[in-house]
Design a protein around this ligand. Structure first.
Ligand code: HXC
Length: 510
């Protein structure tokens, strides 16, 4: 055979491999409103950068006459490429091949990408669309999942791991995404559940649609399993690109800074009146975050879940910072179980990846009630303090208004290791709010005495000065200066070195 023939043969095989399950299956995939694995990778990565691995891998299963049904690539498209010029590793389940089901051979392809990403310090992105374990392979398929979970766990905290759910994701298959740092879902097109509606009905007699049980909105708003909700696959893929722009490639690198055009000394007069004098009147913390961020841009994470705490990334002076903020506009910004989980996990993510933390505090306390107590607010609330104390990245806290009791302590107080603690003149740093304190101390007093005590308490305790006198607050600042002061604080702390005592790992209250 001459070389030309050899090359032609290769090109023909290569082209056939790119068709996955074939034209008909591709049409079906498109008809369901979903892209193919290759189209997704093409859209996700910088143009022309995809390098594919293992294109000719086939399964080795002989059960159910599977030896007569082999597709090159075996239902996973995997390799590496670039996003904004930075290296990433990627794999996508190809639903056109045996419903994207997992075999031991395509699991090995995934593990190869995971291993290479870890070895080379680059993020790994998983595009899920799969019917789960390949039924014909039995235990081999389960072994494949276990191998993937193992790599997910070992790579956690070393490289960012991002999952997109773009179709079905059921059973144990959910646990790989769950082990990664962020999950994106597409509205009405993607579903995640450990057991589907039929099993739910058989076991608990509940009737539920798959959308209600494990649709994108359910996981973004109720369960807190997912972090981002896109209306289309394109929105999700663009969201992944944007998320990566805020992250370093691995835990030994810093986030590449961006050129700043927004004046770092910019003041915003609107902030002088954003926070109402009456502590019971709400306001939207996102207005403050957007006001101070470079180009007024806030990349919010989990915007639909536990809205009483707001988390996400901003750039300040061109550098990424993680924001953890109480949201007075929702449940008065109170801390509850879901808010604790949301905040603690984000704090730990930022700490893994050298992203400084900015805490914006206006919190009346922990949410009272049997539901919260019986579901373990003690255990969940403890996660916040644990995560903050453990975090060695620069930590900056700005108290805007209420900072009462235990909530004051856990929201990155000086004593729990915060580096720079700022307060507005409107800050109220106290054991509890004035009304609550008077109700306890003056339980048996008449109305006039109570009124007087309330005024005294407000004047003496509902302010930042007691804390400032003791050095617990480093600086009281005017609201209009917030952007400049936060950037200064980030600069002051950018070379911070703090190392926790050596240990295998701590025992976080999970
Ligand atoms: C092998 C599978 C498959 C699977 C789907 N297919 N799931 N093949 N193993 N798990 C095949 C179908 O036979 C079909 O092949 C093709 O993929 C497309 O599937 P359809 O059913 O036609 O598609 P659709 O109507 O869109 O439904 C998609 C689906 C459904 C909802 C995912 O296929 C489904 O319910 N599949 C089974 C899901 C499941 O129970 N998985 C096992 C979970 S247990 P043809 O040749 O007809 O096109 C599990 C344990 C993991 O995953 C534990 C890890 C620790």
């Amino acid at each position: 055979m001459d070389n030309n023939k050899i090359y032609e043969e290769f090109l023909a095989k290569d082209k056939a491999a790119e068709l996955g399950g074939g034209e008909k299956k591709i049409e079906k995939q498109h008809a369901s409103g979903r892209m193919t694995a290759r189209e997704r990778i093409e859209m996700l990565l910088d143009k022309g950068t995809f390098v594919e691995f293992d294109k000719f891998v086939t399964h080795r299963c002989t059960n159910f006459d599977m030896q007569d049904n082999k597709v090159p690539g075996d239902g996973i498209v995997s390799g590496c490429g670039k996003i904004d010029g930075r290296q990433v590793y990627v794999y996508a389940y190809d639903f056109t091949v045996f419903g994207g089901s997992l075999s031991i051979t395509n699991a090995n392809k995934i593990v190869k990408v995971q291993t290479m990403a870890l070895k080379n310090g680059a993020p790994v992105i998983a595009l899920n669309d799969s019917g789960g374990a390949r039924i014909q392979e039995g235990i081999d398929s389960l072994t494949g999942y276990a191998n993937i979970f193992f790599q997910n766990t070992i790579a956690s905290g070393v490289i960012p791991q991002i999952s997109a759910i773009l179709g079905p994701c059921a059973g144990g298959a959910c646990y790989s995404p769950a082990l990664t740092d962020f999950i994106f879902m597409v509205n009405e097109k993607s579903h995640m559940f450990v057991t589907g509606p039929d099993v739910v009905k058989a076991v608990t007699h509940e009737e539920v649609t798959k959308e209600e049980l494990g649709g994108a909105y359910t996981h973004n708003s109720k369960s807190g399993v997912a972090h981002f909700l896109g209306n289309t696959e394109e929105e999700v893929l663009m969201g992944i690109r944007e998320l990566l722009s805020f992250l370093p490639s691995n835990n030994l690198e810093d986030v590449p800074p961006r050129a700043v055009t927004d004046d770092i000394n910019r003041e915003d007069e609107r902030l002088q009146t954003l926070i109402p004098a009456d502590p019971n009147v709400p306001y939207d913390i996102k207005e403050l975050i957007e006001s101070v961020a470079d180009d007024n841009y806030f990349f919010e994470i989990m915007p639909h879940f536990a809205k009483n705490v707001v988390i996400g990334f901003v750039r300040l002076g061109g550098r990424t910072a993680g924001i953890v903020a109480n949201q007075p506009a929702f449940l008065a910004g109170v801390l509850d179980i879901d808010a604790s989980d949301k905040a603690a996990r984000f704090i730990r993510f930022c700490d893994c990846f050298n992203i400084p933390l900015i805490t914006l505090e206006d919190v009346p306390g922990f949410l009272p009630g049997c539901t919260q107590e019986h579901n373990g607010i003690i255990r969940h609330g403890a996660k916040i303090v644990y995560a903050y104390v453990e975090a060695t990245v620069p930590k900056i806290t700005l108290i805007l208004r209420k900072a009462y009791g235990g909530a004051y302590i856990v929201m990155s107080s000086k004593q729990t290791g915060s580096d720079i603690n700022l307060a507005y003149p409107s800050a109220e740093i106290a054991v509890m709010g004035a009304q609550g304190a008077v109700n306890i101390l003056y339980r048996n007093a008449d109305e006039e005495e109570k009124e007087k005590a309330l005024e005294e308490y407000t004047a003496n305790f509902a302010n930042p000065y007691q804390a400032a006198e003791k050095g617990y607050i480093d600086e009281i600042i005017m609201p209009r200066q917030t952007r400049k002061k936060l950037i200064q604080a980030l600069e002051m702390t950018q070379n911070k070195i703090r190392v926790n005592p050596h240990k295998k790992h701590g025992n976080m209250p999970l």
